[in-house]
Ligand binder design. Structure first.
Ligand code: AGP
Length: 364
């Protein structure tokens, strides 16, 4: 399919820019201000069933897996149900124990990724209950699942996913809030998250306005042969996704580590030629993240921080607006999409068609 680029040079740029509207769409019509909850009829879960869920297992590939990691964190913190995410193909090949009290969630932009579809089919064959968090309406995974929710990102043409990642994470926040309010999340806490969700489109627009600064930073770091991305807990999947984005379109090698793991090995790599992007939200882990930056500085590593205020330990800081702690990862991912974009542009890459990659991988 080909869609109008609407004045943008690439689909990637167009899709990054569409995020305020896309997030508005995934929220629309779903928030219940009377009970401070969310309506997601497509989940086909009645409250009694929802209370019986003992675990949540999220499956996806690539960027959708990363969105699932953030989703698992949201479900654990808001609904207090143990949750984790795993690459769909790994799950399928380790002959998983399929448990009737586990809610399985398959995540996919295209809804056609073979490894995810095969995992869904394997789960259903073993009697598992599977929901889909999918962008393309009527796609194979959406049809196979027992229910689910569409993320309403709109058509995503660029091979690398941006707006769909953001919308998928917002969809997980809605699912987490929905499950949380059926279980133990209070009215006041429900209100707090709803207010945070409503701020997202405006805050994303604010971040997009800083593109000029991010472009300058990208040009300064584009000479790196390799880059390190670090974060902790909620920030770690943001680091994983940002490093994937950079690899896919700039071909710069990148790896993501939990900041706490640096001292267990990767610190040996740190030197001026290996810059680090650090995810540093103003939350309970701020001091820990600062300590990690200090360790990097002591080895003369360059640091670009994404934070809620200027970080004196970093060489440069991209300041993003603060939301509720649980929703911060959504915003912290956005400037790093632009960083990958402008790095690839500075290196003259074919951004919409990176080498060796296809938009959806429908074979094993
Ligand atoms: C995203 O930038 C990637 N090109 C890729 O990792 C993608 O997310 C993955 O192949 C899964 O695709 P899906 O969401 O359509 O299932």
């Amino acid at each position: 399919a080909s869609y109008d680029m609407g004045g943008h040079d690439t689909y990637m740029h167009k899709e990054i820019s569409e995020q305020p509207d896309a997030v508005d769409r995934v929220l629309r019509g779903r928030i219940d201000d009377r009970f401070n909850t969310v309506h997601l009829g497509g989940l086909n879960l009645d409250p009694r069933e929802a209370r019986g869920i003992r675990r949540v297992k999220i499956l996806g590939c690539g960027t959708s897996y990363h969105a699932g990691l953030i989703g698992a964190g949201l479900i654990e913190s808001l609904a207090r149900i143990p949750a984790d995410a795993e690459p769909a193909s790994e799950f399928r090949y380790r002959n998983p124990v399929v448990d009737p009290d586990t809610l399985y969630i398959a995540v996919s932009q295209s809804g056609e990724t073979y490894d995810v579809l095969a995992a869904v089919q394997e789960l259903k064959r073993k009697g598992g209950r599977v929901l889909g968090v999918v962008n393309v309406v009527g796609s194979a995974i959406a049809r196979e699942a027992d229910g689910g929710t569409y993320v309403h990102a709109g058509p995503e043409v660029c091979v690398v996913s941006t707006k769909c990642f953001t919308n998928t994470v917002v969809a997980f926040a809605l699912i987490a809030l929905h499950l949380g309010r059926i279980r133990d999340l209070s009215v006041a806490e429900g209100r707090r998250i709803i207010e945070g969700l409503r701020k997202l489109p405006g805050q994303i627009s604010e971040i997009l306005e800083t593109e000029g600064e991010i472009k300058k930073l990208a040009e300064q770091y584009a000479d790196a042969k390799s880059m390190m991305f670090i974060g902790r807990v909620r920030g770690y999947p943001v680091a994983l996704e940002a490093s994937l984005k950079l690899k896919e379109i700039s071909y710069i090698h990148a790896e993501a580590y939990p900041a706490s793991e640096l001292k267990h090995g990767p610190l040996a790599l740190i030197e001026p030629a290996l810059p680090t992007v650090a995810i540093v939200p103003d939350d309970e882990l701020l001091e820990k993240n600062r300590a990690a930056m200090e360790e990097i500085k002591a080895r003369s590593g360059r640091i670009l921080a994404v934070a809620h205020r200027e970080q004196e330990k970093a060489d440069h800081t991209i300041v993003v607006p603060k939301n509720e702690d649980e929703l911060d990862p959504i915003l912290m991912g956005i400037p790093l999409q632009l960083l990958a974009y402008h790095t690839a542009l500075a290196l003259g890459r074919d951004i919409d068609k990176p080498r060796n990659l296809a938009k959806s991988v429908t074979v094993e």
